[in-house]
Design a protein around this ligand. Sequence first.
Ligand SMILES: NC(=O)c1ccc[n+]([C@@H]2O[C@H](COP(=O)([O-])OP(=O)(O)OC[C@H]3O[C@@H](n4cnc5c(N)ncnc54)[C@H](OP(=O)(O)O)[C@@H]3O)[C@@H](O)[C@H]2O)c1
Length: 254
Amino acid sequence: MQRWVGRVALVTGASSGIGYEVARSLVKHGMKVVGCSRNTSKIQELADDLVGEAGSLTPMQCDVSKEDEVLSMFDNIKSSFGGVDVCVNNAGLSHDAPLLTGDTEQWRNMFEVNVLGLCVCTREAVKSMKERGVDDGHIIQLNSAVGHFQYANNPGGHFYSATKFAVTSLVEGLRKELLKDNTHIRVSSLSPGLTETEFSYRMFAKHPEIAKKKYSQIENLKSVDIADAVIYALSAPKHVQIHELSIYPTEMAT
Ligand SMILES: NC(=O)c1ccc[n+]([C@@H]2O[C@H](COP(=O)([O-])OP(=O)(O)OC[C@H]3O[C@@H](n4cnc5c(N)ncnc54)[C@H](OP(=O)(O)O)[C@@H]3O)[C@@H](O)[C@H]2O)c1
């Protein structure tokens, strides 16, 4: 991680779960991290805890489904830090919204955050890298196991799964465009199985017992396991692209 010391990482969705641990880990490895989400109070608390570590954490409020907010966040990053060297597109969510009975606004929200938000942040991050001649930048997409297959008995998650299948496809497309542009900017897709975060509690906000049951059946992944995978992808030598990393709980049925 030595070559990333002092460089700038954007982590979206840094107020909770995986993004929170990724932000913490990157700061400990000496990066200047900008952590964004809609609610930044937890990011500010983490930033305060991390004072004295090798890097720094700066909270920025941003709803990644709103393009104007994303563009002004990139402007702020440019004026405060110069630009983005690493972009971890982690912000994401699922509503409990089956295909036969789900709410259209909930489908739209998942698409706007998990797909469009990720694409706009990716485009702006690569633009920032190119305008500063950064040829070793890195885009990390938080995909999911369900970006590759559907779980049985998970009707509320079918649309969410489709947004992650989109991420799988977008990673392939992005890699082709980056190669065509003769850059060495890398893209990595990380696809975790069930990870114990606020994710399921938010998905089943009206029925926390469902989330509790989900997380109690096997020994699930922890956010730090995914933060470790981010460090692994970033640490790979420049000629090595960790293209797709599937990370499952050992006990998870597929
Ligand atoms: N947990 C799992 O089992 C699992 C498995 C595979 C993949 N993933 C993926 O991992 C990523 C992180 O999920 P998690 O498990 O850490 O969930 P989480 O604990 O619910 O955290 C989600 C984060 O995304 C942020 N976020 C949500 N909507 C946003 C928006 N419109 N704009 C900006 N930030 C937004 C939230 O912050 P605010 O609410 O403050 O905005 C929060 O910081 C997601 O992409 C998820 O799909 C999770």
